[in-house]
Design a protein around this ligand. Structure first.
Ligand SMILES: *[C@@H]1O[C@H](CO)[C@@H](O)[C@H](O)[C@H]1NC(C)=O
Ligand SMILES: *[C@@H]1O[C@H](CO)[C@@H](O)[C@H](O)[C@H]1NC(C)=O
Ligand SMILES: *[C@@H]1O[C@H](CO)[C@@H](O)[C@H](O)[C@H]1NC(C)=O
Length: 570
C-alpha cells in the first residue's frame, strides 16, 4: 500500500486521519471518550452497538402490541446509600423492552457499567447476547445505568464527599434493590421480582465481573448469569494487560518496540538533558514538562489494541502504527524488526504527523498528556457525567488494574520507569481530599470479599477472548486454573475484549459457537426455576468495607423516600 512510486498518495494517506479528526471533532481529543487526559490507564469497557436500519422499525411485542422505542428512558427510585436508607433516593435511569417476553419468561438485566448507559439501549435487542438470551427464552430485557455514570447520580456532583457512596458493594446492592422493587413498565410488571420470576444478569468487562461478584454477595438474587470478559480478579499492578498484545501483534513490531524502549530508558535514566530533549523533539512532545509523562504517553499506541474486534480491518490505528514503524520504503521488516534507532525515528515521525492530532486534537501536549499541573481543570472538575473521574475513583480505591511495565527480566512494551506509583500519583492529583499520600487500592480485600477467580457458583457462564488485553484478570487468566463444571462454565473464544457480547461478532466461528451453547444452556437451566411462595426475609445488607472518610454530616441532596422502599418488606 505504501508504495514509493506514489509519493502524493502516500502523503494524502498520512494526512487523512488529521483532516478527518478536524472535520468530526470540534473540541476534543480522541481520549475524551474515556479518560480526562491521554495519560491515564485505560478502562475496560464494552462495545457500542448501533441500531442501524432497525431504528426506524416499530418495536412489537409477541402479542402484536406496539411498544415504546428502545431509547425510551425510565426512572427507578434507587437508595442513595444502602447502609443508610434514611438518606433517601435518587433517580436511576433504565431502558426496557418486553418485545420477546411471554409470562413466565426471565427478566434479563444488564448494566453497561462504567459509562453513560444512554448509548447502550441496543443492549435490549437481539443484536447483543442479552437480547439473544431473551429472545430464545421469551424474556424481557432491562439496561440499568450504573450509579455515578451518565445521569444516574446519587448526588449532583462527583466530589469526594459524594463519591463516598460509590463502591462496588453499593453497585451490587443497587442491582438487588432494583430487581426486588422495580415495577416494570408492562402488564404484570409488578409481579416479577426474583422470587416469582427468574432473573438473569448479563454484562461485560467490569460489569461482567459484577455478574460473579453479585452472585457471591447475593446468592438468591440472580437465577443465572453471563459474564463476558469479566475482570473478576482485582490487581493493582496489572502489567499483564500488555501480554496478550505482545503475543498477538506482529512479531517485528513488538521486537522493535521493546528495543526502542530499552534505548529510551537508557537515555531517560542517563540524565543527559540534550539527548532527552532530542527524543522529545523527535516525537513532537518538547512541551511536556515531566519526562516521565512522555514515557507514559507512549502506552497509547498499545492501548489502541483494546479497540480491536474480529471485524476490525487492517486500517485500525493500531495496525497503522505498526506499519509506520515496520514498513521502510515499501519493504516490511524481518521478524526481528529494524532495530532501536530506526524504530525510534519512525515512531516519532508517526506521532508528529498523524498520532498526535488523532489523540490530542488541538490540545497542547501538557493539557493532553501531562500530569505536572495539579490545578489543571481535569483534576478539579467535579461535574457529573464524567466517566473517567467516576471510574478512576474505583481504580484508586478498590481495583487498581494499573497498566505498567513488565517485571524485570520479562519483555516489556512499556518503559520500566512506568510503575504503579506513577499512575497512583494521579489518584492524589484527582482526589486530594481523599488521599493525603499515594493510595494503595484495596484489591486484596475485593478479591477476598467477592472471591476473584476462586469462585464456585451455580449457573454462570464466563466467556473470554484469547486476544483480550484483560484476559489475565478473568477466569481464563493464564496463571490460574479456575473451577469449572456444567454449572460454572468457562469458555475461551478467539475474540478480543467483550467480543462475544455482540451478535455481529459471530462472524468469528468460536464466538458463534459460544452463542449457541449459551442459548441452549440458559434454556436448560431455566427449566429448573421454581418460584418461592413468599419473598425472602427483609433485606439486611452486610457492612461495607470501611470507607476512607467519615460520612458527610449533611448530605448535599435528599429526595423523598419511595414506594419502592416502603414495599421492601411486604
Ligand atoms: C433478531 O430477531 C430478528 C427478528 O426476529 C431475526 O430476524 C434475527 O435473525 C435475530 N438476530 C439474531 C442475531 O438472532
Ligand atoms: C512485520 O510488520 C509488518 C507491518 O506491521 C507486518 O505486515 C508483517 O506481518 C510483519 N512480519 C512479521 C514476520 O511479523
Ligand atoms: C548527550 O547526548 C548528546 C546527544 O545525543 C550527545 O551528543 C552527547 O555526547 C551526550 N553527552 C554525554 C556527556 O554523554
Amino acid at each position: 500500500m505504501l508504495s514509493r512510486a506514489h509519493p502524493s498518495f502516500w502523503s494524502l494517506t498520512a494526512a487523512l486521519p488529521l483532516i478527518f479528526s478536524l472535520l468530526t471533532c470540534t473540541c476534543s481529543a480522541k481520549f475524551r471518550e474515556d479518560r480526562v487526559h491521554g495519560n491515564m490507564p485505560r478502562m475496560p469497557d464494552i462495545p457500542v452497538v448501533s441500531l442501524g436500519a432497525r431504528a426506524s422499525a416499530p418495536v412489537m411485542a409477541s402479542d402484536g402490541t406496539e411498544l415504546p422505542d428502545y431509547n425510551t428512558v425510565y426512572y427507578f427510585d434507587q437508595l442513595i446509600d444502602h447502609y443508610r436508607p434514611s438518606l433517601g433516593t435518587f433517580k436511576q435511569r433504565y431502558w426496557y423492552t418486553w418485545e420477546y417476553y411471554q409470562p413466565g419468561g426471565p427478566i434479563v438485566l444488564s448494566t453497561p457499567g462504567e459509562v453513560n448507559a444512554g448509548f447502550y439501549s441496543t443492549y435490549l435487542t437481539n443484536m447483543t447476547i442479552m437480547g439473544m438470551i431473551a429472545q430464545e427464552t421469551k424474556g424481557a430485557t432491562v439496561v440499568l445505568e450504573h450509579r455515578f455514570y451518565g445521569e444516574s447520580n446519587p448526588y449532583p456532583d462527583l466530589s469526594v464527599e459524594s463519591l463516598r457512596v460509590h463502591t462496588i458493594q453499593q453497585a451490587i446492592d443497587d442491582l438487588a434493590y432494583f430487581a426486588e422493587n422495580v415495577v416494570l413498565p408492562m402488564p404484570g410488571g409488578d409481579k416479577v421480582p426474583p422470587y416469582k420470576a427468574p432473573w438473569i444478569y448479563a454484562g461485560g468487562s467490569y460489569a461482567g465481573a459484577l455478574a460473579s461478584w453479585t452472585m457471591v454477595s447475593k446468592p438468591n438474587l440472580f437465577f443465572a448469569a453471563y459474564s463476558s470478559s469479566g475482570v473478576v480478579q482485582a490487581k493493582v499492578d496489572f502489567w499483564e494487560y500488555f501480554e496478550p498484545i505482545r503475543e498477538n501483534m506482529p512479531k517485528n513490531c513488538s521486537s522493535d518496540i521493546q528495543a526502542a524502549l530499552t534505548r529510551l530508558d537508557a537515555i531517560f535514566t542517563s540524565g543527559n538533558a540534550t539527548a532527552i530533549a532530542d527524543i522529545k523533539k523527535t516525537f513532537g512532545l518538547s512541551e511536556l514538562t515531566n519526562s516521565i509523562d512522555f514515557l507514559g504517553a507512549l502506552r497509547n499506541n498499545l492501548w489502541d489494541w483494546q479497540q480491536l474486534q474480529p471485524n476490525t480491518g487492517s486500517q485500525s490505528i493500531f495496525y497503522r502504527f505498526c506499519d509506520q514503524i515496520q514498513v521502510k520504503a515499501g519493504v516490511p521488516a524481518p521478524p526481528g524488526g529494524w532495530g532501536a534507532a530506526y524504530a525510534i525515528t519512525a515512531w516519532g515521525k508517526f506521532w508528529r504527523r498523524e498520532y498526535y492530532p488523532y489523540l490530542c486534537g488541538i490540545d497542547d501536549p501538557e493539557t493532553c498528556l501531562g500530569t505536572a499541573n495539579p490545578s489543571a481543570e481535569y483534576w478539579t472538575a467535579t461535574a457529573t457525567n464524567n466517566r473517567a473521574r467516576s471510574w478512576f475513583w474505583t481504580v484508586c480505591n478498590e481495583l487498581g488494574y494499573l497498566q505498567n511495565a513488565a517485571p524485570e527480566g520479562k519483555p516489556s512494551l512499556v518503559s520500566r520507569l512506568i510503575q504503579p506509583s506513577y499512575d497512583l500519583r494521579q489518584c492524589q492529583l484527582m482526589f486530594p481530599q481523599a488521599f493525603s499520600k499515594t493510595p494503595t487500592p484495596r484489591a486484596e480485600l475485593i478479591n477476598l470479599l467477592y472471591k476473584g477467580w476462586n469462585v464456585k457458583l451455580d449457573r454462570i457462564i464466563f466467556v473470554n477472548g484469547a486476544r483480550d488485553p484483560w484476559i489475565d484478570a478473568t477466569m481464563s487468566a493464564r496463571s490460574h486454573q479456575p473451577r469449572t463444571s456444567s454449572l460454572q462454565q468457562v469458555h475461551l473464544t478467539q475474540g478480543f475484549h467483550c467480543s462475544d457480547l455482540t451478535a455481529d461478532n459471530a462472524l468469528d466461528p468460536t464466538i458463534a459457537d459460544v452463542h449457541r451453547k449459551t442459548l441452549q444452556t440458559m434454556k436448560t437451566w431455566l427449566k429448573a426455576y421454581r418460584p418461592s411462595p413468599r419473598p425472602p426475609r427483609p433485606y439486611t445488607p452486610p457492612r461495607p468495607p470501611a470507607s476512607h472518610k467519615a460520612p458527610p454530616s449533611t448530605p448535599p441532596r435528599k429526595t423523598k423516600k419511595t414506594n419502592a422502599w416502603m414495599r421492601g418488606g411486604q
